[in-house]
Design a binder for this molecule. Structure first.
Ligand SMILES: [Zn+2]
Length: 245
């Protein structure tokens, strides 16, 4: 274990270390379906970024500023015009997820919209958590609050509060494409860590149980691999229940 991983890979449970293990082949898969695009994390302090595109478009977890040009380049190759992304949203406001919120907004004119629970716990997730890692917070100003469901045209996205990893964690669930953007709640064979400011193990367990009841074909986490296919999704929930909780 490298000390840097221990300090900065905040999504990794400190007692269940796991290296980022995606293959190159998987990493190149950007377009998941007509509405959903995946831009994998590039290293420390970055996160997986997703774009949901319909009549309106939304970007979820823009990640670290350093990698924004790389991701935007990949988006453009997928036919996504970043100027036509209406909403910048986050699964939670930890710095590795929200770092480029302001940058993206300034460059492309999108609006930052946060969930009410993210406004409530802004100080915990943005400031206290940065301090926990000995870093300066990356503040930003939201333009409004996310409704639930979010209506992108034909697609609707439910915003589901899922505290545990952080008090402001939400999942974005799209029933039409059976996809769950879960941030740092669930990973492949792991969960987010509960020991950061405002984290809570019992809440984390309850949140995983809650979302496990949804009809899901695709789990799109904030770090590491996506989990695709109903069978694999179920297998992963079973693994968490039997081995983590
Ligand atoms: Zn986090």
């Amino acid at each position: 274990m490298i000390i840097v991983d221990y300090i900065y890979n905040e999504y990794i449970l400190f007692y269940y270390q796991k290296k980022v293990s995606a293959t190159k082949e998987k990493r190149l898969k950007m377009k998941l379906n007509d509405h959903l695009f995946f831009y994998p994390e590039n290293g420390i302090l970055d996160c997986n970024t997703y774009v949901i595109k319909d009549q309106k478009a939304m970007i979820v977890d823009v990640g670290l500023d350093k990698y924004l040009p790389l991701k935007v380049n990949a988006m453009e190759k997928d036919g996504i015009n970043p100027h036509k992304i209406d909403i910048i949203a986050n699964t939670h406001l930890h710095m590795d997820h929200a770092w480029s919120n302001e940058d993206f907004k300034n460059k492309y004119g999108s609006k930052i919209e946060i969930a009410p629970v993210q406004k409530q716990f802004y100080d915990v997730s943005v400031r206290q958590t940065s301090q926990f890692f000995g870093m300066d917070p990356v503040d930003f100003q939201e333009d409004g609050l996310l409704p639930t469901p979010i209506n992108l045209g034909t697609i609707e996205i439910e915003v589901i509060p899922t505290p545990g990893h952080s008090p402001d964690s939400v999942c974005f669930y799209c029933g039409q494409i059976k996809a769950l953007l879960c941030g740092d709640l669930i990973f492949e064979q792991n969960t987010g860590r509960p020991d950061l400011p405002g984290g809570d193990w019992e809440q984390l367990k309850q949140s995983v149980e809650d979302v496990s009841k949804l009809d899901i074909d695709l789990i799109l986490p904030g770090h590491m691999n996506i989990i695709s296919g109903k069978k694999n999704v179920k297998k992963n929930f079973d693994f968490l229940m039997n081995n983590i909780f």
